[in-house]
Design a binder for this molecule. Structure first.
Ligand code: FRU
Length: 467
């Protein structure tokens, strides 16, 4: 039986922290965020016995990347979420430095979690175990211990099991770093979730025509969609381009053909999933009606994060909205999941010159905009969306230095759908061809104003809070 010595401290942190977090104007009204402490990756996203479950990396004890538990929410409709008891705490030898990211599967009616037990040594080294935990009759999770030890040929950075069923087997992808310090994705196969056989590397830095692409690939997720197979991954250390891969920790996807018999993946180049300032470690799942959903961490583990002003209220980071994926010409498209339309209030409209558009309250707002370009959206002088005929530029001041920083989406952007919630903006370009997700921290009420010479057609809704 796992020890639970930290439980009183967590309980106190939550009782003290939640009222404080809710007093923060930056706290989201309809996105998932931690009641207190730090949230990072979505984990174990699954539709199981009529409910959606979303677990998450959570440090309930502070705003630093320490003491990673699995928090747990569930929902019947992807809109209204309820808290569930903490699913996993790092209280065994094999996960003592964190119950790191992973996934959930339905194993013959048993909700089963696959996660990484992270272990650090005093000399700076580390190891990792891929572990299982199975839901018990009370709804809690019983740890069943490691099922995959650290494979030979890799450093201690092997983690983030994403497990799925295909025909008669279970498959697992893992993020890994080889001994040459190249990021890789490993594939494993099992008949029973307990005994795993390695099928080798299926993608990574230096493989399948990909050049030098980073020292570690985190959080892989492989799935079929439309006529293609997609591999999502987070390649750390990919070289920055002039206008792409500008986050030190980017999220990317490969699109191609996967052959189960040969365990081989033929794919094209790395593409950005989201070109905004904050997006990382997304995970997907399937709905009962076969839709592929994605949710991401609206955060990145970089030097700016600890300067986010929400830490003064004892919390940091949030999830993206749930998104629905589709494939078009081999590309991954993302749109807000249709269930979110339930949050819309009355529809309002504007048509005319962008400069004459009314100012809007961006605290909880959804916008659908059409224009041929030259429109600038100004969110409380803190975040600017500069929409031109052939590109989109997002500008935000550095939280550390105050200088303007930029992110780009290149292409003919004719339609934007923008979802706003307190301190976040998600911009869906051309029905989901591109997405830019970013946090911003206005000091005055979040007002959105428009400028520019172009004709603008807008439909917009105020969104109702639901958390
Ligand atoms: C990605 C990540 C994962 C790891 C987890 C730890 O953000 O670094 O690779 O499992 O976060 O919280």
């Amino acid at each position: 039986m796992a020890s639970t010595t930290r439980l009183p401290a967590i309980l106190q942190a939550v009782m003290k922290g939640q009222p404080q977090a809710l007093r923060d104007d930056h706290y989201p009204a309809w996105h998932l965020a931690p009641v207190t402490g730090l949230l990072n990756d979505p984990n174990g996203f699954i539709h199981f016995q009529g409910r959606y479950h979303l677990f998450y990396q959570w440090n309930p004890l502070g705003c630093e990347h320490k003491y990673k538990c699995w928090g747990h929410w569930s929902s019947a409709d992807l809109v209204q979420w309820r808290h569930e008891p903490i699913a996993l705490m790092p209280d065994e030898e094999y996960d003592r430095n964190g119950c790191y990211s992973g996934s959930a599967v339905d194993n013959q009616g048993k909700l089963t979690l696959c996660y990484t037990g992270n272990v650090k040594f005093d000399d700076g080294g580390r190891t990792a175990w891929q572990c299982l935990a199975v839901q018990n009759a009370e709804g809690g999770f019983d740890k069943r211990g490691p099922v995959v030890p650290l494979p030979g040929g890799y450093t201690g950075h092997v983690r983030d099991p994403k497990v799925w069923r295909h025909e008669h087997h279970w498959y697992m992808v893992l993020g890994a770093q080889d001994l040459e310090l190249q990021g890789k994705v490993l594939l494993l196969r099992s008949e029973n979730l307990w005994n795993w056989q390695s099928l080798g590397e299926i993608a990574g830095s230096g493989l399948n025509g990909i050049g030098d692409a980073g020292y570690m690939w985190e959080c892989p997720d492989l799935f079929a969609l439309g006529g293609k197979t997609f591999l999502i991954c987070c390649p750390q250390g990919v070289e920055r381009e002039e206008k792409r891969f500008l986050n030190a920790h980017p999220s990317a996807y490969l699109s191609g053909e996967f052959d189960y018999a040969r365990a081989s993946f033929q794919h094209g180049p790395l593409n950005e999933i989201d070109a905004g300032f904050e997006f990382y470690a997304p995970q997907t799942t399937l709905t009962a009606d076969g839709r592929r959903l994605l949710v991401g961490w609206m955060g990145v583990p970089d030097g700016e994060e600890m300067h986010q002003p929400t830490t003064a209220y004892g919390w940091i980071h949030q999830m993206t909205c749930v998104r629905e994926l589709s494939e078009q010409n081999g590309k991954l498209y993302q749109q807000p999941v249709r269930e979110l339309q339930a949050l819309r209030g009355e529809e309002e409209r504007y048509q005319g010159n962008a400069a004459a558009a009314p100012a809007l309250n961006a605290q909880r707002l959804e916008l659908e905009l059409e224009s041929a370009g030259d429109v600038t959206l100004n969110f409380a002088d803190t975040l600017l969306v500069e929409w031109r005929r052939d590109a989109l530029r997002l500008a935000r001041r550095s939280l550390q230095t105050g200088e303007w920083l930029y992110r780009y989406w290149q292409g003919d952007a004719h339609k934007l759908q923008i979802l706003c919630d307190s301190s976040s903006v998600e911009i869906f370009i051309n029905e989901g061809e591109g997405v830019m997700s970013s946090r911003y921290f206005p000091t005055q009420p979040a007002q959105l104003t428009f400028s520019g010479s172009a004709e603008l057609r807008a439909r917009y809704w105020s969104l109702r809070p639901c958390m």
